[in-house]
Design a protein around this ligand. Structure first.
Ligand code: TXA
Ligand code: MG
Length: 311
């Protein structure tokens, strides 16, 4: 069932059921994080490997602090600048956090999401919510309630409909290393946003010790997706292939296309990427083409999602 009844969502979660929740990034598939049986349902419905841990969604900074053992100065700066919002922190977990959430790791990822319905929901609960993106593993993350409802809706208690997600890409995940932060996953808050606070940023270390258990191939369309520098050249080399092109700005090309933004606006491109990827999947084309994106600001997160979809 799908609707906007926060009280209903809260009561189902208290009963150990799964509820899809809106956040500003993507929809999450939530369960009571302190109830291992409810959490194990998330893994089952998503078909997610148990070695891939879950983000803990909290109502406030003070709430998040209960579930971690440290709160470095950089976490204080980042949370006061961006929470509620699209950045998540990897920190040593407190004893309150069940091992199932962290896949046995001593560290947990926490964030306060920025969506009025979900903040209302969290404030009614006396537990935090474990929530991965509300898609089946290895498919495109959902940015509307309908995306969730049409895929896993029948397997869960309720889809809380908060409209389309305003950011449209997952949160940035950071770890803390001395006085630097290490970006483990690019996302809604960019490197530039963090640097503006005067915090030193290190980029990952993919595969490094504390890197998230991110699977390399991820965010996949059903159809193959290719990042190509020169669409004309690709067409010359593949004259018989039916392709559809995702465009960053309006232009005339001799192939069917879908528009991510009218004028190369990176925020708009981020916001429309996942639903346009879904639309491309539904088209008649056999392959999806996209040019490399400018790697600045949220462009880095867009590049990351496209590169993983391509693998
Ligand atoms: O924006 C978001 O972050 C969305 C919304 C729903 O909050 N959530 C999300 O969750 O993207 P998910 O599960 O799709 O991605 C979380 C990433 C995964 O790559 C996971 O491996 C990593 O975070 N992660 C979570 N807990 C971790 C931990 N304790 N240690 C290392 N990596 C962790
Ligand atoms: Mg995900």
């Amino acid at each position: 069932m799908i609707g906007t009844d926060v009280a209903k969502g809260a009561s189902l979660l208290s009963l150990g059921q799964l509820v899809a929740i809106p956040t500003e990034t993507v929809y999450g598939l939530a369960a009571n994080a302190l109830d291992p049986q409810a959490v194990s349902e998330i893994y089952r419905v998503k078909n997610r490997p148990h070695f891939n841990p879950l983000i803990l969604h909290c109502a406030s900074v003070d709430d998040a602090k209960k579930y971690v053992l440290e709160w470095p100065e950089e976490a204080r700066l980042l949370s006061s600048a961006f929470w509620p919002g699209s950045i998540s922190f990897l920190l040593p977990k407190s004893q309150l956090v069940p091992d199932l959430i962290t896949s046995g790791s001593s560290h947990v990822v926490v964030r306060v999401p920025n969506h009025p319905l979900t903040l209302d929901l969290l404030s009614r609960l006396d537990f935090p919510l474990a929530a991965p993106s509300a898609n089946v593993s290895n498919t495109v993350s959902p940015t509307t309630a309908e995306h969730v409802d049409s895929t896993i809706g029948s397997k869960i208690g309720y889809v809380l409909d908060g409209g389309p997600c305003s950011v449209g890409l997952e949160s940035t995940i950071v770890a803390f290393d001395g006085s630097s932060v290490v970006i483990l996953r690019e996302g809604g808050v960019s490197q530039e946003d963090i640097l503006k606070l005067g915090i030193h940023v290190k980029t990952n270390t993919r595969g490094g010790l504390k890197a998230p258990g991110q699977l390399k191939k991820h965010y996949s369309t059903n159809k193959p997706l290719r990042i190509v520098k020169d669409i004309d050249e690709w067409m010359n080399q593949n004259p018989d292939k039916k392709a559809i092109v995702l465009l960053y700005e309006e232009k005339t090309i001799p192939l069917p296309s879908l528009l991510l933004s009218k004028n190369y606006n990176l925020g708009e491109i981020a916001n429309s990427l996942f639903h346009v990827m879904r639309d491309a999947d539904k088209s008649e084309a056999e392959i999806i083409l996209v040019e490399p994106i400018k790697k600045q600001g949220i462009g880095r997160a867009i590049a990351d999602r496209l590169e993983r979809a391509q693998l």
